[in-house]
Design a binder for this molecule. Structure first.
Ligand SMILES: Cc1cc2nc3c(=O)[nH]c(=O)nc-3n(C[C@H](O)[C@H](O)[C@H](O)COP(=O)(O)OP(=O)(O)OC[C@H]3O[C@@H](n4cnc5c(N)ncnc54)[C@H](O)[C@@H]3O)c2cc1C
Length: 596
């Protein structure tokens, strides 16, 4: 069975040493998250993940979910009990507002815990993950009554949430949505239509399921701007809060799919179901964006989480599996062969995965801290700057972390040779589970277009300018000998990002296909620069701890070596991405469609 050890120490190092989380104590909830409290929460989360959820990962994969003739859906053996433990442990509401039953702690902590949940059991983690997205939508866009009705029960984990966008004929192009909402005299709406691929759409984990549904009201304009968002509970409620009649929403079938078998992916039929508007009519996409942004960051974390668990298993296997001899002579002459970790090519794979994972975790924590500033700061300017950062980094985190996260699960599987292809080792499940993260929540090609087409030009390029300025400032302030091996290559990569941005600004307005053809290269170039920045900050903190003789010298030295690997072996790929962007769209677009 695969192993998993939650990266508690690494998260604590990032919070305390790299990002000095104490500096955020002026934000609500941060002063309560002392290092002791944080350690206790991460430690408890680790226990839940390692001891309860990870052992169910394969069970969920093998059993999958079952739809019964009466429309009920049951989850794999053990999921109900695990969800009960999750809910009773208060995990759903770690960062939710205290007035609705949450603990009000930083969202950054929830993000760190969510990485662990996904590494342990991605299919399981999606049930609470979607609920947290729905909670965020209610907090930002719900009426006081909706908040009072839904938030306490969802935060308690008695009710779960879903997100209903996709229809058979539209996933990316939501402007084509056909689901209809007809207003009733009591202010409610009748919702009709079919939604497909709805994660956690029906299951047996919670008393009620709260569906958030995009639909079009009568007479609303065509396209994406005519959409409204509705809440459609599975069970309607009585005034006293108890559950009432079954609503006219049902699961028509569940999909057979490549991975995440333990999560029910449902066709949901709305047959005149009763729903209520969230926010304003024809402003649904704005409300849905709240959920989608949260969800996109969460999906980026899925890429990291699967890369992490795949790495841990590959590293353990490489130390154990005996094959061949080290190139420079036997390392273990008394054994039949050396463990494969002596081979440079095996090392190359392990180093490249860990160099990604540690920086990606830092990028996620850094962005989560900005999300806390964006939602909690009393300073309007700080909030706006943090919001810009989030907007810019969301497609990068979603696209780069899931593309690379999937690639890393394949690399880790390769360490097992043919055994990686055999189910009992669990490596092929990581590959299958990781694959969807590149597709849902907006396929990664769409993330790249969002970055290049929307986020770069937004507000006259304000977010990008702030990002570039921050990195330039960092490089300037850290030119000392200790930091030169890291900031030197970062400066080169940053130059590539600036050249790529300039090239797109000069060419894309007249030739939009140039932007489209270079968007994925640009997203990955951006991602590498962001990860390089993170490695600089990790190296700076590790240097500091080593100089002070404070902490684990072996771990800190390993950080510096891994940083060097990243700068020597991975960051230079920015030059390739730049060349791809500057090649433009000509050869990409020249062949007629019939030539394919
Ligand atoms: C397991 C699973 C769970 C899911 N969970 C949910 C859920 O909970 N709720 C929900 O609403 N949906 C969910 N989805 C749906 C998912 O979000 C969509 O599948 C995804 O957004 C892509 O839409 P599509 O499949 O219709 O692909 P399409 O929109 O048909 O896109 C096909 C390809 O064309 C590309 N493409 C499309 N338009 C453009 C363009 N303008 N420019 C460049 N390239 C383009 C895309 O990048 C993609 O590669 C889930 C899907 C799966 C498989």
């Amino acid at each position: 069975m695969p192993i998993y050890k939650a990266p508690v120490e690494d998260v604590q190092f990032l919070l305390a040493d790299v990002f000095q989380v104490g500096r955020y104590d002026n934000l609500p909830g941060f002063a309560d998250a002392s290092s002791d409290v944080t350690a206790a929460i991460l430690g408890e989360a680790a226990k839940l993940c390692e001891q309860v959820l990870a052992p169910l990962n394969r069970v969920g994969d093998v059993e999958g979910c079952t739809r019964h003739d009466d429309g009920r859906v049951t989850t794999p053996t053990g999921f109900r009990e695990a969800f009960r433990q999750y809910a009773e442990g208060g995990w759903m509401g770690v960062s939710a507002p205290a007035e609705f039953g949450g603990q009000g702690l930083p969202a950054t902590l929830t993000v760190a815990v969510n990485e662990m949940l996904v590494s342990a059991n991605m299919a399981f983690a999606m049930y609470p993950g979607l609920t947290q997205g729905a909670i965020a939508a209610f907090i930002q866009h719900g009426t006081p009554e909706q908040k009072a009705t839904y938030l306490p029960k969802m935060i308690e984990g008695r009710w779960t949430g879903t997100m209903n966008l996709t229809e058979p004929h539209c996933g990316t192009d939501l402007g084509l949505i056909r689901s209809k909402a007809v207003k009733q005299s009591d202010g409610s709406y009748r919702i009709s239509g079919t939604k497909i691929f709805i994660s956690a759409g029906e299951h047996d984990l919670a008393e009620n399921i709260v569906h958030l549904v995009l639909a079009r009201t009568e007479g609303a304009s065509a396209g994406i701007r005519g959409l409204s968002l509705f809440v459609v509970p599975k069970f309607l409620g009585h005034a006293d809060g108890s559950l009432g009649a079954r609503n006219a929403v049902s699961c028509g079938s569940i999909e057979e799919k490549m991975g995440i078998h333990g999560n029910a992916t449902c066709v949901m039929n709305y047959d005149g179901a009763t729903g209520w508007l969230i926010g304003e009519e024809q402003r649904g996409i704005n409300a849905m964006f709240t959920m989608m942004n949260e969800a996109r960051l969460a999906v980026g974390v899925q890429g990291l989480a699967l890369s992490e668990v795949a790495y841990q298993n590959a590293a353990a296997y490489a130390k154990d599996r005996l094959q061949g001899r080290a190139l420079a002579g036997a390392k273990f002459p008394d054994r039949a062969a050396d463990p494969i970790i002596v081979h440079p090519d095996v090392r190359r794979v392990l180093m490249s995965i860990r160099a990604f994972n540690e920086a990606a975790r830092a990028l996620v924590v850094w962005t989560a801290l900005r999300s806390d500033v964006a939602h909690r700061s009393g300073d309007g300017e700080a909030r706006a700057a943090a919001d810009d950062h989030m907007g810019l980094l969301t497609p990068v985190i979603k696209g780069v972390l899931t593309d690379q996260g999937f690639a890393n699960t394949v690399l880790a599987q390769q360490i097992y040779g043919g055994h990686g292809y055999i189910a009992e080792h669990g490596m092929e499940q990581f590959v299958r589970d990781a694959r969807i993260a590149m597709m849902y929540e907006g396929a990664n090609g769409i993330q790249a277009l969002d970055l290049v087409g929307r986020k770069l030009p937004k507000d006259g390029g304000r977010a990008l300018q702030a990002f570039l300025k921050e990195l330039q400032g960092y490089i300037k302030e850290h030119g000392d000998d200790a930091m030169k091996p890291y900031v030197g290559p970062l400066a080169v990569a940053l130059g590539h990002l600036q050249q790529a941005t300039m090239w797109l600004m000069q060419n894309a307005p007249a030739k939009p296909d140039d932007a489209g053809a270079g968007a994925t290269d640009y997203m990955h170039l951006f991602g590498l620069v962001a990860l390089g920045h993170m490695w600089c900050r990790i190296a700076e903190a590790a240097n500091g701890k080593l100089a002070a003789g404070d902490g684990d010298a072996v771990r800190m030295t390993a950080k510096l070596v891994t940083a060097r690997f990243f700068f020597e072996r991975m960051l230079p790929a920015t030059a390739t991405h730049l060349a791809g962007i500057q090649a433009g769209a000509a050869s990409t677009m020249e062949l007629p469609a019939e030539a394919f």
